[in-house]
Design a protein around this ligand. Structure first.
Ligand code: CS2
Length: 503
């Protein structure tokens, strides 16, 4: 039988044709009458496999009605998501894959979508609407314009400069421009600020969001900045679900195995986790009912964030850059190489783990074992280019802080340095066999120029002050170790160098 196009009209037929055990569909009310309590900026695979799934479960199983999601795309490339979602009444399929098999859930929590380049005013009005209680973000690390060295907003950045110009207040470009304009309106209307809920992989993501937004606001209107700072809430959170990029083969499999024609399904693993600080200024849905760990203590959230960013994302970087240079394509392929998986394990256990705080009730060794299992899942086909994307926002979060702390306590760090060296080598855009690849990073030009100028020495790249702290630039032991790793990779390639980094 021909697959059915995913949309509201075909929904029950899709479930009947596939069999209810195979495809689950939303049974809650959707459409214009539904209240959209969450406006989400940056609707990509991760949001659709994470927050939107938690909200879907709340709507499906707990009758929550006021927190449907209005998706927002700020970037021109979001037009693809706009079109895909619009063509199917904003429904989409989450395909969960593991050794246990493949399961399809149609998700309906995204109730509408606004594409800012079409109508910027509509986005500001939506965020300012009294029904909006939360604005959530997955805008990637680079969307925060955060200077890793000074911990301040990159006020000199042309996008921020553009949005700071009062003439552009009605047509901003950056997330902060939109948030600011909407906050101004809410204040004028006598509303509370909405909670700004970062779902990006950054330590203290909430605190950083607060600081970036209030810094932006202060340059426009100090009174608004004070209002946001006093009344606004920005919960810190740890978010986790491995979500590869959707491939054409995923769409075909969905059509063949489940009879669903979906322009942009999401493939993900069964595992999902979200630990969030209980800090909301305009109400929140009962997230705890669907397994979200709501934590009162900021320190505890920070500890979870640290574990996840340094162990999961850090290991992903250890798989990604060296793996790409070695010629691998997928995360699980790298894990199938015994030397590589030993390298990753030893980096976690010997270099990262000793730097992490203990969390009551969390067994770090078990956590690391689960990570190895998740990385080894061959069914999700997680692409190395996805892991390597936007590295300038990742390495300073996932790898460099462990190195900086290891410097401080004179701990071991040669494997971490090998990963940083592999990224520096990766910036040349050529793998160990001479194959070229493209680098997708907002700082690509500067990074590549510095990588070329530096050759097998790290100082040129390390001089980028937005990314690297003085603690790294001035430490002799670190400079020696990373230089050696850069030389090893340049001379012998990753695979031949690895034995030196594995005990
Ligand atoms: C990955 C993350 O892009 C990356 O570097 O490590 O996208 C990772 O898959 C997620 O954070 C998992 O929660």
């Amino acid at each position: 039988m021909a697959p059915l196009k995913l949309n509201s009209k075909n929904l029950s037929q899709i479930a009947t044709a596939a069999g209810a055990a195979k495809v689950r569909i939303p049974t809650y009310q959707r459409g214009p009458a539904v209240k959209e309590g969450i406006v989400h900026v940056g609707v990509g695979g991760f949001h659709r496999a994470h927050l939107a799934v938690y909200v879907h479960e709340l709507m499906q199983k707990h009758g929550v009605t006021d927190y449907a999601i209005c998706g927002v795309g700020l970037q021109p490339f979001d037009a693809g998501m706009r079109d895909a979602l619009r063509s199917q009444d904003h429904l989409y399929t989450v395909i969960e894959r593991s050794a246990k098999g493949s399961f399809a859930n149609v998700v309906g929590s995204i109730n509408s979508y606004l594409f800012a380049p079409d109508n910027r005013e509509a986005v500001i009005a939506k965020m300012a609407h009294p029904d909006t209680h939360i604005v959530s973000l997955t805008i990637t690390e680079s969307g925060y314009y955060y200077n890793e060295n000074t911990h301040e907003l990159q006020t000199e950045h042309p996008d921020i400069q553009f949005d700071l110009n009062p003439a552009n207040e009605k047509a901003p470009k950056t997330t902060f421009g939109f948030l600011y304009a909407a906050m101004v309106r809410r204040r004028q209307q006598g509303l509370n600020p909405f909670t700004v809920m970062s779902c990006d992989n950054m330590l203290k993501n909430g605190a950083i969001t607060r600081h970036m937004l209030t810094s932006f606001a202060r340059l426009r209107d100090p009174e608004v900045a004070d209002w946001i700072n006093t009344k606004g809430h920005f919960p810190n959170a740890m978010v986790d679900r491995i979500t590869p990029q959707t491939s054409p083969a995923d769409k075909t499999a969905l059509a063949q195995d489940f009879g669903i024609e979906d322009s942009w399904p999401v493939v993900t693993e069964p595992f999902m986790q979200w630990v969030i600080e209980d800090h909301f200024c305009d109400g929140r849905p009962p997230f705890e009912k669907v397994g979200v760990q709501i934590v009162k203590n900021v320190k505890e959230v920070e500890q979870f964030e640290k574990h996840k960013l340094r162990l999961l994302n850090g290991s992903h970087s250890a798989i990604g850059y060296p793996g790409q240079l070695a010629g691998y394509k997928y995360v699980h392929e790298v894990m199938e190489d015994p030397l590589f998986s030993k390298f990753v394990w030893q980096m976690m256990q010997e270099e990262v783990k000793p730097l992490l705080p203990e969390i009551p009730g969390v067994n770090v060794d078990e956590y690391c074992k689960t990570l190895v299992e998740r990385f080894s899942n061959p069914t999700i086909m997680d692409q190395l280019p996805r892991i390597c994307l936007n590295a300038s926002g990742k390495i300073p979060q996932f790898i460099m802080p462990s190195i900086a702390e290891a410097i401080w306590v004179t701990g071991p760090f040669r494997r971490l340095c090998f990963v940083a060296a592999a990224w520096f080598r990766y910036l040349h855009g050529v793998d160990d066999k001479g194959n070229t690849f493209t680098i997708d990073d907002p700082m690509r030009e500067e990074l590549q120029a510095k990588a070329r100028a530096g050759g097998t020495t790290p100082q040129e790249l390390l001089s980028i002050k937005n990314l690297f702290g003085d603690d790294l630039r001035s430490d002799e032991r670190f400079l020696k170790t990373i230089t050696e790793a850069m030389e090893d990779i340049a001379r012998d390639g990753v695979l031949k160098s690895l034995p030196k980094y594995v005990d």
